[in-house]
Design a protein around this ligand. Sequence first.
Ligand code: SF4
Length: 188
Amino acid sequence: MGGINESNRKMVDIAKAPAGYDGPGFFATKLGLAVGLARKNSIWPLPFATSCCGIEFMATMAAHYDLGRFGSERMSFSPRQADLLMVMGTIAKKMAPVLRQVYEQMAEPKWVMAVGACASSGGIFDTYSVLQGIDRILPVDVYVPGCPPRPEQIIDGLIAIQKLVAKEPLGRRETPEYQAMLATYGIK
Ligand code: SF4
């Protein structure tokens, strides 16, 4: 009853305390590191799945791989309550404006993962009708290779996103550099 046993001690270890100073009854760290720790372990993904890679994502969410272990079990199908856009599948050029609208409806800070060859580069569909990578219309933080990627690769992509989230400085989104990057995509 109560206390931390060996099995849940491992779970506690997943969220390690950031660098700081501690002593009897206190722990001090930087605000940015504390915010990064909280954000990193509570990412809410919006799955934008159009084809086969989406099936791999379903396996990633299911019990065997269980993305919930990383704090991401709460999927959001509402862009306004999501902070990670996961694009999985072939994106037809006709669908590109819809994907772009979903991205723009998400609140900052937000991150984007291109899962699989199709989302990253158009994959095997080098045709007039398929977008040759979602980075033609919006900024991408992490690319996951594969056709399809295995669930382990998708988890690896999420861990890469977590590392970015944890170390992102507060206020980065308001910097002229970030705004200039958005401007290259025509995003205000
Ligand atoms: S990358 Fe391969 S598995 Fe994924 S959506 Fe494209 S064709 Fe399907």
